[in-house]
Design a protein around this ligand. Structure first.
Ligand code: ATP
Length: 236
């Protein structure tokens, strides 16, 4: 579904990604792991068109997308839920969800149906439906940000550190939600610091270090690898 081949990405003179190749197949959850600054967020930004790679290419369902604008990439079916949630504070939960449809033309009836579907996945949001974004807790904002991403009806959902700054019980809920969305057919590319939970939900994972992939394996193999686990947990 997604093939990232040998990409290099830079911020001005700083090369953040040296040579990244990853593949995501339809139906998978794939995790990008690594310490702060390894290049995980930059990889997602390059896929979603916020940055253009200076080398390499990216294909989504066979089509080259690495020179496209972010809007064109969302329209092709890739939604990016950035780190830090970015819920619109002055809009209600409902209005925030509707903002997620801005990439496509939808009838009112279809929007209402899609919102119903999202509220089924996130029952908490139903209760908070008319509340303003700013009044939500961190966990509720994260659910809303994911819900808004789903409103774009993507075929690939990219989540950047969805568990960041959340209480452990809420983190578990976020991961359970990712598993559920995937079980219903969504393909997910996940950036995370929480290695243990990521390896439970993901089928495969890539480990990034200073802009390079240093390991790629199934979650099962990585979970069974004591050295890997010790190194990752030691790193944070
Ligand atoms: P984090 O979890 O902290 O976001 P990350 O693995 O996602 O870590 P990136 O944010 O992709 O890492 O950062 C990769 C490298 O690019 C780092 O060296 C970082 O300092 C640099 N970088 C990130 N954003 C910018 C920017 N806007 N301008 C210049 N350099 C940047």
């Amino acid at each position: 579904m997604l093939e990232v081949s040998n990409i290099q990405s830079r911020y001005g003179q700083v090369t953040a990604l040296h040579d990244i190749s990853i593949e995501v197949r339809a139906g998978e959850v794939v995790a990008l792991l690594g310490v702060n600054g390894a290049g995980k967020s930059t990889t997602l930004k390059t896929i979603s068109g916020l940055l253009h790679p200076t080398r390499g290419e990216i294909r989504f369902e066979g089509e080259r997308i690495d020179r496209m604008a972010p809007e064109a990439i969302v329209r092709r079916g890739i939604a990016h839920v950035p780190e830090g949630r970015h819920v619109f504070p002055g809009l209600t939960v409902r209005e925030n969800l509707i903002m997620g449809t801005s990439n496509r033309k939808v009838s009112r009836a279809e929007t209402e149906r899609d919102i119903e579907g999202i509220l089924e996945i996130f029952p908490d949001l139903k209760r908070l439906y008319a509340q303003m974004g700013w009044s939500l807790s961190g966990g509720q904002q994260q659910m809303l940000a994911i819900g808004r991403g789903l409103m774009a009806k993507p075929r690939l959902l990219m989540l950047d550190e969805p568990s960041l700054g959340l209480a452990p019980v809420i983190v578990k809920q976020v991961f359970a939600t990712i598993a559920r969305i995937n079980a219903e057919g969504m393909t997910v590319l996940l950036v995370e610091q929480n290695v243990n939970l990521s390896l439970k939900v993901a089928h495969r994972a890539y480990l990034l270090e200073t802009g390079r992939i240093v390991r790629a394996d199934t979650s099962e193999a990585l979970r069974a690898d004591e050295g890997f686990r010790a190194a990752m947990l030691g790193a944070g």
